[in-house]
Design a protein around this ligand. Structure first.
Ligand SMILES: [Zn+2]
Length: 392
């Protein structure tokens, strides 16, 4: 592709019933695509987030109606046109059931993000102190540290490291789908300053194994969030997000660009650079910014050279491009206008790009502009659907 806008787009839609509201995406069905809640020809629906009030089960009709729509053949018309046609037909079909649809925004489509490993990527950049969560625990910024997916062979080493710092640790076995302990699989480690916090966290963990929507799960999620040091506003929003995976979190929580540049301390799109362990409810969430600033201070106190290196990589524009590359870009100028990329570092290579370093090098010197909430180079040869501006 040499010129023109990327063809792959998606629509963000809000469905409103008498009492509840739900945000959703209408997405193209592509080879490397994601699981959808409803499908019709080459389009699918992915739920994003439900409103705090009301019962979103009242909105289940939106999926049934979508599946039954008479949509034109996938071979006819461009993708953008098919999305608009589907939205219009869907809205008309729902009108009789008292559910209104509103187009929130058009956006570039990006393939789902790979699941992030707690150890981070071994190739690419990592400027996150591995023990940032232990630093937060020692500083009283959280009550519990929870390490998910720890391979069994690392348990003893981690236990020693944690106990050297005077913390207590408990291994919570991973359970299989039937709820039975599975000794062959990875485990969750809970770490705290005292035993009573471990007891409470272990009890909450047991409650959290129940399916979403079961009685007590939301309250347990919010309480666990408090033990983990997550601000209440962020924990509350997290409980309303439909899929607790990186892709859904990114689409639910990141506004399209251009957006007001946010503080680097709150960067979370790239886990390898993130100081926070949670996804902030907003790029300008004040309690999250305050927590991030405290963490930088705490880390600097023991690792004085850390902050400069971390800031030079993080006070930037962070993107995940159309090939899945995680990049940290230095960009000259506001994203409202034509801006120039002056530097590009690969934080992690996308699985669809064997030459991520070359992709990054070629971006330097190119101009970019905001397009459908993402970034697009002037020649149209590269675009990034996921973008977070942390130059604030
Ligand atoms: Zn918040």
């Amino acid at each position: 592709m040499s010129t023109g806008a990327p063809s792959t787009t998606q629509l963000f839609v809000v469905a409103s019933g008498a009492t509840a509201r739900m945000r959703m995406r209408i997405v193209p069905i592509v080879d490397d695509g994601e699981r959808v809640a409803a499908i019709n020809r080459d389009l699918g629906i992915v739920p994003l987030e439900v409103s705090a009030e009301g019962d979103d089960r009242a909105l289940a009709e939106v999926y049934h109606v979508f599946r039954r729509l008479e949509l034109p053949d996938a071979a006819r018309g461009g993708e953008a046109e098919r999305l608009e046609t589907a939205l219009s037909a869907w809205g008309d079909a729902l009108a009789g059931s008292g559910i209104a649809l509103r187009l929130e925004r058009r956006a570039l489509y990006g393939a789902p993000l790979p699941r992030t490993d707690w150890q981070g990527s071994t190739s690419g950049v990592s400027a996150r102190p591995w023990d940032v969560e232990m630093t937060a625990l020692a500083a009283g910024l959280r009550t519990i540290v929870k390490l998910d997916g720890v391979p069994r062979e690392l348990i003893d080493t981690l236990r020693q490291l944690v106990e050297q710092r005077g913390f207590q640790v408990e291994v919570v076995g991973q359970r299989d789908a039937a709820g039975a302990h599975d000794p062959s699989r990875s485990v969750t480690l809970l770490v705290a300053r005292d035993a009573s916090a471990l007891v409470e966290a272990r009890e909450l963990e047991a409650l959290l194994l129940a399916p979403r929507g079961a009685s007590g799960v939301t309250a347990a999620t919010i309480r666990m969030g408090a033990l983990l040091g997550y601000p209440p506003c962020c924990a509350d929003r997290f409980t309303r997000i439909a899929g607790q995976n990186d892709t859904t979190l990114a689409w639910a929580l990141l506004p399209g660009v251009p957006h007001r540049p946010a503080s680097p301390v709150i960067q979370w799109l790239h886990p390898a650079l993130a100081l926070l362990s949670h996804s902030p409810c907003d790029l300008h969430c004040a309690p999250s910014v305050a927590l991030g600033e405290r963490l930088v201070d705490e880390i600097e106190a023991t690792q004085p050279t850390f902050a400069a290196g971390w800031r030079s990589l993080t006070a930037r524009v962070h993107v995940i491009d159309h090939r899945g590359n995680r990049l940290s870009l230095t960009v000259d100028g506001p994203l409202e206008a034509e801006a120039t990329i002056t530097g590009a570092d690969v934080v992690a290579s996308g699985s669809a790009d064997a030459h991520a370093m070359i992709t990054a090098q070629r971006l330097v010197g190119q101009t970019v502009h905001a397009h459908a909430g993402g970034l697009l180079t002037a020649d149209g040869g590269w675009h990034a659907p996921y973008v977070a501006d942390h130059r604030g």
